[in-house]
Design a protein around this ligand. Structure first.
Ligand code: FES
Length: 105
């Protein structure tokens, strides 16, 4: 599993998603509830950036139609989205946030 640095931990504001690109894949990096999560930045319902949505209760909400995706599993908990969004493993090394594009689920 190859981990790549995507940003500094100190660059992440609590509950404020940061969009990064990793090998051409858009990824939303989210610091919340004492952890850092990485989720594909494209909603599974339409081509919308999830990093423009709000974070609450370990979920990220799509701003367009309101589906909420669990940052741990990528699964939506409300329609209209029915398919999960890929989530990726994250490692923290010092101030470095590293992500692997290997899917966790
Ligand atoms: S585009 Fe995300 S829920 Fe419709």
């Amino acid at each position: 599993m190859t981990f790549v640095r995507v940003c500094g931990l100190s660059e992440l504001e609590e509950d404020t998603p940061k969009r990064v690109e990793l090998d051409g894949t858009p990824v939303s990096v989210v610091r919340t509830e004492g952890e850092v999560f990485a989720i594909n930045d494209i909603c599974s319902h339409a081509n919308v950036s999830l990093s423009e949505g709000e974070v609450d209760d370990c979920h990220i909400e799509c701003w367009l139609h309101g589906s909420r995706f669990d940052l741990r599993s990528g699964k939506p908990d409300a329609l209209p989205a029915t398919r999960p969004v890929p989530v990726y493993p994250v490692k923290i090394e010092g101030d470095d946030v590293l992500v692997s594009l290997t899917q966790e689920s």
